[in-house]
Write a protein that binds this ligand. Structure first.
Ligand SMILES: Nc1ncnc2c1ncn2[C@@H]1O[C@H](COP(=O)(O)OP(=O)(O)OP(=O)(O)O)[C@@H](O)[C@H]1O
Length: 508
């Protein structure tokens, strides 16, 4: 470990002294300050920093910094959840990889994490810090205005940093309530978390469940009405957990006929069936080390359910046409809008698989159960749409906000997103008005109307409502409706015909 540092013996002694002195730190703030000061002494760098992820793993904050031997006041600002522009930090964090440069040549002077300096920064070392569960929780960064090869310090400084993380957790547990001056790693998300929008009690409960399952290998069953965000939650569990640097793969179990679904999931050997002219790996292999989301699991055919159960129990798969099995390491997340226990009682879903999948169920609340979230989500989607369309942000009229809060959103967040994106497109004066949202308040289909419909039927129901709304708004004028929807008139007529919509449907 010490072969690549100058004067290894002296360095080892200094490192040992650091471990000893950090173990005596009395509170979190002192611990982190001493740590970055110690890093500067050990590495000989003029700049040392410590970054920590918050409890929801959505924002990375700089918790301590030492510049030219002086401890800097703590920066209140955190970097945004997606570490915008800070690709170097994002790379080290997400890939769990050390980054080291000894000749930056001025290339990194524009970043927000290196302080301005009249002499350019030349060398840099960024090391991910892992906790006891081997999950990345933060980064340490050392930079120098001289050309120094810092790579040799990575292992030992990384271990010192991980020790500091452990000490920090210990101090936080010992000091209840937590010392307000200490740089806190929050234990419970208080607002939006994991990249999801929403602060309602129902969503806070969801964040709390996500935080519990994140670092455990449990199989997760996500249940909720269509459009409630099952896929985004599955992605959050993957992106914020220890598997984040590996693949996240989604397979919709309702979208394929049985045989095709089996070969997609398990792969096949050449000659397994007509047309199998070469070996092909399946999605379990593609997701190895990562996460596989089995969406619409309630629609998986019974025979495949038996094979999935074996995968969950044995952790191995056998491709079609093969006599051999091989081990895989995949986190399975299943999602469904159906009540699997009802399917079990109807004999359509295996009871043993149900209990295996429901090891850790998370029920996603319908949007109408998330008090206050509709407006936060609407504003979020409007901002994103404006950025996408390269327009100035739109203002919200009170009437538009009232209009939205009074609606039940049978299509949940997906429906809200679609409505807001459409409204932003329609809005010309910079302010969103109620008329930009053509909600069918009086005749909105009840959510249970969607139960029992498959994905295609539900999408058709949404499209049908959208087309009818638009035609009604344009007094049945197909040319105007087509223009508003950004479709050629012929395409609109084709779609109306396909959905059996005729003039009588939108009269009055
Ligand atoms: N809490 C949230 N914050 C931000 N965006 C969200 C949130 N929940 C859902 N969305 C957005 O809403 C849309 C629908 O979400 P998603 O596809 O995850 O729903 P779903 O429950 O998996 O739907 P389905 O059952 O139809 O597959 C996506 O565009 C997603 O990004």
């Amino acid at each position: 470990m010490f072969t690549q540092v100058p004067q290894p013996l002296l360095y080892a002694e200094a490192l040992l002294a650091q471990f000893a002195s950090l173990s005596r730190a009395a509170d979190g703030a002192a611990l982190l300050g001493d740590f970055v000061r110690g890093l500067a002494g050990l590495s000989g760098c003029e700049l040392t920093q410590l970054y920590l992820l918050d409890a929801t793993h959505t924002s990375l904050g700089m918790n301590a910094e030492c510049l030219d031997g002086v401890l800097q006041p703590r920066s209140a600002a955190s970097l945004p959840a997606d570490y915008n522009g800070e690709q170097l930090l994002q790379f080290a964090l997400c890939q769990n990889r050390v980054v080291s440069f000894d000749d930056l040549g001025g290339s990194l002077q524009e970043t927000s994490f290196l302080p301005a300096s009249s002499t350019p920064w030349q060398s840099l070392l960024c090391v991910p810090l892992v906790n006891q569960q081997k999950a990345v929780e933060g980064l340490l960064l050392c930079a120098s205005r001289r050309h120094i090869n810092l790579q040799g310090f990575a292992d030992s400084l990384g271990q010192l940093g991980s020790f500091v993380l452990g000490q920090l957790h210990l101090l936080q547990r010992l000091r209840q309530p937590v010392d307000a001056a200490a740089p806190v790693v929050r234990s419970l998300p208080s607002a939006s978390g994991y990249g999801l929008i929403g602060k309602s009690a129902a969503m806070r409960q969801t964040y709390s469940l996500i935080s519990k399952v994140l670092h455990s290998p449990y199989t997760v069953l996500l249940r909720g009405e269509t459009g409630t965000g099952k896929e985004v939650v599955a992605r959050a569990i993957h992106d914020c957990g220890p598997r984040r640097s590996q693949a996240f793969i989604v397979q919709n179990c309702a979208a394929f006929p049985e045989n095709l679904l089996e070969s997609e999931l398990f792969g096949y050997r050449k000659g397994a069936f007509t047309g199998a002219d070469r070996d092909r790996a399946g999605l379990f292999d593609a997701a190895n080390g990562g996460t596989l989301l089995l969406d619409e699991i309630g629609d998986m055919p019974l025979s495949l359910q038996a094979k999935l159960l074996r995968v969950l129990q044995e952790g191995e798969i056998r491709p079609l046409g093969s006599n051999d099995t091989h081990k895989i390491d995949v986190r399975i997340i299943a999602a469904t809008h159906r009540d699997l226990s009802v399917l079990v009682s109807e004999g359509k879903f295996r009871e043993d698989l149900y209990y295996r999948l429901a090891q850790f169920p998370i029920e996603l609340p319908a949007l109408r159960q998330r008090e206050g979230d509709i407006l936060d989500l609407a504003k979020h989607f409007a901002d994103k749409a404006c950025t996408f369309l390269q327009r100035d942000p739109v203002r919200w009229s009170d009437a538009a906000l009232d209009h939205l809060s009074g609606y039940t959103f049978p299509g949940n967040v997906r429906e809200l997103k679609g409505l807001v994106e459409r409204a932003v497109l329609l809005c010309e004066g910079g302010e969103l008005l109620a008329e930009h949202f053509s909600l069918r308040l009086e005749s909105a289909p009840a959510p249970e109307d969607h139960c029992g419909l498959n994905l295609r039927e539900r999408l058709e129901a949404v499209e049908r409502n959208l087309l009818l709304d638009c035609l009604r708004k344009n007094d049945g004028n197909q040319t105007l409706a087509a223009r508003e929807l950004g479709l050629p008139r012929r395409t609109l007529l084709y779609r109306l015909g396909r959905l059996n919509i005729n003039l009588g449907d939108f009269d009055g």
